[in-house]
Design a protein around this ligand. Structure first.
Ligand code: FAD
Length: 413
């Protein structure tokens, strides 16, 4: 039987897994990467530690996606336990951290990349680097070949496009695959930033840059619409706010911003306490130290870096002694603890997003195989597809799972 030639375009996690799986079935697999090295975004992932998946069960996992149902077949074929076994069976130990996030015990994403590279080699995948694919040749709606930037043509029975989204362009993900898919009539869902920081109108976050607020709750409001976060962490940055809670909700906030003029956030600094309980707490603190300056009495309740701003926003004289604070001033403080407001200007640009929302429309891809519904022999996997998820290892698992499914079908169809 003639062997099937599979060409995989883009060596991120989706492309490497697709090539490995295809090579387990066919002996002629070529992986083409435009950068000098493989997996550049993978190396940055999880702050260099690579949160490769999440150990939660399937239904919870799917809930963390936009368009999660599309991934059911891919996850049924190759899910989190399979991915963890893949690495552990090849000698890399993994650990599960808070919120079920999975990391290599080395705390170093390069250990993940090394296993993938060794597996590519073991399965005799031919790897071509520094040579972007410029064009895919199609005849009678059937894939025929790819053309590289040096005009070399490589014949192919199947092509898997795994060129990623459009953020962190310096890693190589710059949207070329999307343009190729569009040429053949695939619908491209508008590209927007996912998991990205938010710019605010107020100037004060600049003074708080680097400060992380732990155990707070965030609310985003626009007219009657309200998005409420879980309790978690927020980071002040030079432009506004970021950190896990902000990143997780940034997609929904982007939708609010495109539909309304006014979107604002309210930080609940003490989600466990009602305003009444907070006021009683303040009364207690002020009674214990009646002659202390107000700013010193707040050290128990707020991070040091936030105290001066907090008092300024209440309009109370910071030099007041605790026993001089009036009832209405106390109530203002209690209110501010629950509602520290920030007006949202915009999301940060897509280039800075951890993930691209939008991409090749799910309507044009068969979820059982990852094959295009328009061109036979053309497959998609990873972030190029219109799927994106929350932080926590979900995006990488989607890349690995869709890569695995596409690789298997591309090599056996
Ligand atoms: C800073 C950061 C941290 C992240 N951390 C995590 C995390 O901890 N956990 C998690 O689940 N997700 C994380 N993500 C998201 C995750 O890294 C991506 O979703 C994932 O890398 C997507 O994989 P991919 O293979 O689809 O695309 P990519 O990783 O983007 O790979 C695409 C590849 O295609 C190549 N390419 C592009 N065009 C061409 C062409 N024309 N010819 C040849 N090659 C081409 C590119 O050079 C690139 O190597 C993070 C993202 C960022 C930016």
């Amino acid at each position: 039987m003639r062997k099937i030639t599979v060409v995989v375009v883009g060596a991120g996690p989706a492309g490497m897994m697709a090539a490995i799986r295809a090579a387990q079935i066919s002996s002629d697999v070529i992986l083409i990467e435009k950068k000098p090295s493989l997996g550049n975004k993978l190396l940055l992932s999880g702050k260099g530690r690579c949160n490769l998946t999440n150990a939660c069960e399937l239904d919870l996992f799917l809930e963390r996606f936009n368009n999660g149902q599309f991934l059911r077949d891919a996850f049924n074929k190759f899910f989190n336990r399979d991915l963890m076994d893949f690495f552990e069976n090849r000698g890399l130990r993994l650990k599960v951290e808070r919120q079920e996030r999975v990391f290599p015990v080395t705390d170093n994403s390069s250990s993940i990349l090394e296993v993938l590279k060794a597996e590519l080699q073991k399965n005799k995948v031919r790897v071509i680097t520094r040579n972007p694919v410029k064009e895919i040749l199609v005849k009678d709606k059937l894939v025929k070949a790819v053309i590289l930037s040096d005009q070399v043509s490589i014949s192919a029975d199947s092509v898997i496009l795994t060129t990623g989204g459009v953020s962190y362009g310096f890693t190589g993900s710059s949207g070329e695959g999307l343009a190729m898919a569009k040429l053949f009539g695939h619908r491209i869902v508008d590209l927007k930033p996912g998991l990205v920081g938010l710019e605010v109108k107020q100037e004060y976050p600049k003074d708080l840059e680097g400060l992380t607020l732990k155990n707070i709750r965030l609310k985003f409001r626009s007219g009657k619409k309200e998005i409420v976060s879980e309790v978690g962490e927020l980071l002040f940055t030079g432009f506004g706010i970021s950190g896990p809670l902000v990143l997780s909700l940034s997609g929904k906030v982007a939708d609010l911003l495109s539909a309304a003029d006014e979107v604002y956030a309210e930080i609940d600094l003490k989600p466990g306490l009602t305003p009444e309980k907070l006021e009683s707490r303040l009364i207690r603190e002020f009674k214990i130290y009646p002659r202390k300056n107000l700013k010193n009495t707040l050290k128990e309740l707020l991070p040091l870096k936030l105290i001066a701003l907090f008092i300024k926003l209440t309009g109370i004289n910071a030099e007041k002694k605790a026993n001089q604070v009036t009832q209405s001033e106390r109530q203002r403080m209690a209110h501010l603890f629950k509602n520290l407001r920030l007006d949202i200007k915009s999301t940060r640009p897509i280039e800075e997003a951890m993930v691209t929302r939008g991409g090749v429309s799910l309507k044009d891809i068969n979820p059982k195989t990852m094959e295009s519904r328009l061109i036979r022999g053309l497959y998609f996997a990873g972030e190029i597809i219109d799927i994106d998820a929350d932080t926590g290892g979900f995006n990488l698992q989607a890349a690995f799972s869709t890569g695995y499914l596409a690789g298997e079908n591309a090599a056996s169809s």
